[in-house]
Every structure is written in C-alpha cells, then in structure tokens.
Design a protein around this ligand. Sequence first.
Ligand code: RP5
Length: 159
Amino acid sequence: MAKRVGILMGSANDWDVMECARDALKQLGVETDVRVISAHRTPERLVRFLETAEAEDIGVVICGAGMSAHLAGVTAAHTLLPVLGVPIDSSPLNGLDALLSTVQMPGGIPVATFGIGRSGAKNAGLFAAAILGASDPEVRKRLVKFREDQASKVPDRPF
Ligand code: RP5
C-alpha cells in the first residue's frame, strides 16, 4: 500500500497556509490525512493520532503551527516518522516566533523546518514527496515530471 502524508495544524485557521502542502502532494498523487491537532489545546488527540499513524500507512508527518509553536517538536518526540515543521504567520510577530520555536530543537529530536507561511508549506509537501519517492518509483517519476513542467514555465527572457 502506498504511503500517505499526515498534515497536522494547530488551528483550523492555519488551513489557508497548510492547504499548500496538501495541494503539492495532491499534484504528485500522494494521499494525505489532514487533521486539526493542537499541542497545547488537544494534546491527547496528538498522542492518539501518532499511536496508529504508522499502522495506517502514514510515512511522513507535516506539522503547521503559529505563535509559540510546539506541534512539530511534540510530534517528533512521539514518533520515529520524519517530521517536517511549517511555521505559520498567525501572530503579531508574523511567524518569527513560530520559526524560532520550531527550528531550535534540542539535540536528539529532529524536526526539519521550512520557511514561514505558504511557500514553506508547499516546500514541505514537495519534501515529503521526495522522502516517499526514495522508495516509491511512481512518486519519484511524478516528481521528475513536476520539475520538468516547472522549468518549462520559466521564460528565458523577462520580456
Ligand atoms: C497556534 O496558535 C495555531 O497553530 C495558530 O496558528 C495560532 C492561533 O490559533 P487560533 O487562536 O487562531 O485558533 O496554536
């Protein structure tokens, strides 16, 4: 069975950013399991999701959260699956708070951290596909085509 990607976000309000990760994966034919799970407000929901994630064919988990963002770090503490963190610009600090709290993990519990906001979420989706593509030739093939299509849309002159 093909592996899927879990997309978690701390609030339903984070969806306009995290849909970019879902869209990138959809374009590459990778299925996702999208959940609103907060490390602070619904910590038990996070533990329950991670208990069954591997058995339910989740191969990578992408976590998007804003403000004092702990979702990616706490997720990584509970699973050996690769965890990708997306800082969300939902605070008066425009996501710098979330970037620092996601990226600065203590040694021993890694989180691969992406850029703030929608481009970070898109790249997290593409990176998750690259992880799955290392052992799934179909996903790898679609990634090759994605890169080719992307390059063909870049004009070689500005006018
Ligand atoms: C974080 O707090 C969420 O990830 C969200 O970005 C931010 C604000 O959440 P809401 O108050 O909008 O639900 O936990």
